[in-house]
Design a protein around this ligand. Sequence first.
Ligand SMILES: [Zn+2]
Length: 727
Amino acid sequence: MAMEDMSATTLDLKEALQQYFGYAAFRGPQEEIIRTLLSGKNVMVIMPTGAGKSLCYQLPALLMPGTAIVISPLIALMKNQVDQMQAYDIPAEFLNSSLSRREYEEVKQKCLRGEVKLLYVAPETLLSENFADTLHQLKISFVAVDEAHCISEWGHDFRPEYRRIRHAFRGLEPVPFIALTATATPRVQRDILENLEIPDAVIFRTSFNRPNLYYQITPKRSQQTTLKEIVQYIRSRPGQSGIVYCHSRRRVEEVAQTLQANGIKALPYHAGMDAATRNRNQDAFLNEEIQVIVATIAFGMGIDKPDVRFVIHYDVPKSIENYYQETGRAGRDGLPSDCILYYDYNDILKLDRFLKDKPASEREAIVFLLQEMAYFCETGQCRRKFLLQYFGESYEADKCGGMCDNCRYPKKSFDGQEIAKPILETIAHLERFPLIPVLDHVVGLQGEIAGRTLPTFGKLKGHSLDEIKSYVAQLMVEGYLQRDPSDYTLVQLTEKGKAFLENPHPITLYPPYDRTPATADEEGLIEELTLHDEVLLEKLKALRKRIADERRVPPYVIFQEPTLIEMATQYPITSEELERIPGVGPVKAQKFGRPFVELIQQYVEENDIERPVELIVPSQPKKQADWAEIIQSIDHRVPLPTIAQRLNLTLEELLTKIEQIVFQAGVRLKLDYAVRTMLDPDRVEEVFDYFYEAEDDDIEKAMRALRGEYTYEELRLLRLHFHLSVS
Ligand SMILES: [Zn+2]
């Protein structure tokens, strides 16, 4: 093509862009992609979501004679896409199973009359006999395969019908193909080209680096701790939009309810909800009526809210592709945004267990994707480097400027050259070879490899296989090793790996991640770390003493010591907050609460205290149902042993529940009748006298002081009765 012609084409394209879409300029490689497609060549485009992929086929469809067939797996989005096109006055239609027979026929006729430039088709429709007929009569300009990674089992969203796309065009006049995807590892890329039979395609890929996203992986402790951290995080970002992703619908509901209970405007979104509610919740998020949407991965496809400031993964995603796409919904406007993932290796194992029913070949690929996800979460290396390397892009910078947790807070590392050497040497001997026997060989589990014993045999004896696998994963990220793109079970040395063997040098490795789940001990540690405020506690005790003296009751009748400690930890400054402190409840809050709340409020202000997050767990209806029955029965003076029997509880368990009802919920039960049937009045008085004088109301102490003349249950009942009588 002569220079003049080229510039003429360029000019025409820009004009067309302005005319049809109202944009003044192309983004990134769009123009070059379009020109390549217009010249009749096959094209593959790998571009992150939001980079303007669709335009790469939409514009050429308008400029070429005939109808462009666009294959897309997302039936739900097709209508949106077509609506958008029609809004630009672009003749676009779609065909999928959501259409009635009549609608289908109408669209088909329009196509045959040449009135449609872009026809969106679901793969099932494309493969149907009915449509095969239509295809033969159509003048096709080119075929666009959107979400092309669905072709590959090694992608994150495999769809078997996608592998048969090429079949549908057999026997037709050849037209160019354009395959587009937002995520493709080198392996998936290869699958796409092979399956669509376009080995000669011109490949365009833009960088996957999103420099404004901060990546952080946080070990997932208990559900409580995780929720608490999430609440604290969101509260510290008022007015900023965010998405919380969870795996299951149930978890979505739970997390949304917890956020709501803690004063955060949040709504759930998952496939189990009816479409109307789902759309309403989605709109509420887009219109910023709510701050947070809690969703399964169903949320976000085709949504372009530019100012999502954080994406939190409550559960680990099934693949790095999923992670990349979901975190990619943050910070589209280019401003700094956070991507936080809560990781527990057990979540990986759980996902793994769901795979039992899958066919073996598919399973192998899914396990591989999960494993890579685990390595990503567990690595001490720069997360950005890991991600980009995964997508076949090398990231040269050593650190990402503190935009990932590992760069901001480096983990402990060591010089791993003595570990790297035997692994790389073994592979160098064998050239392309499956990884597992290599590992078995170096740790000394399998003496013979490829019919011989290599000098590296047993060099890493004493290291576990999991440990060595972790090092291999790290060596891959650093570019010393790579998987064979045609068969991912095979590994081979890279140039960098060969250079290392010729001239060994220090290699930074990180010890393997400790996969043992956070245990109760760790929980305990956290509890211990949240120390109460000694100064405030003393003030609270003094206040309690004053009130107790005025009322002539022992101080612990007002509030017990653990309750005061909790106040000195949580700093409740409203009556509602005070009610939620264990041992307060609405009645005591109303009766004694005010001076306490005022004291704390003043203290918080004077000392400029940042109050910790108190996680409010939405109440569980089951527990309350139980309580209601107990309260009612006591109202009706049903003997306690009978109530216990009815509810299938021991007397001790029943007493525990009654204590909760009285001390936590603050319900004033009338227990006189129960006390009377158990003990005569003299004895009741003796116990009351004891509790009046006692330092606290510990039952064990009471038993000893009262010479063991009362049973444990009797004392607990009397303690309850005492509290109810004097407070
Ligand atoms: Zn980094």
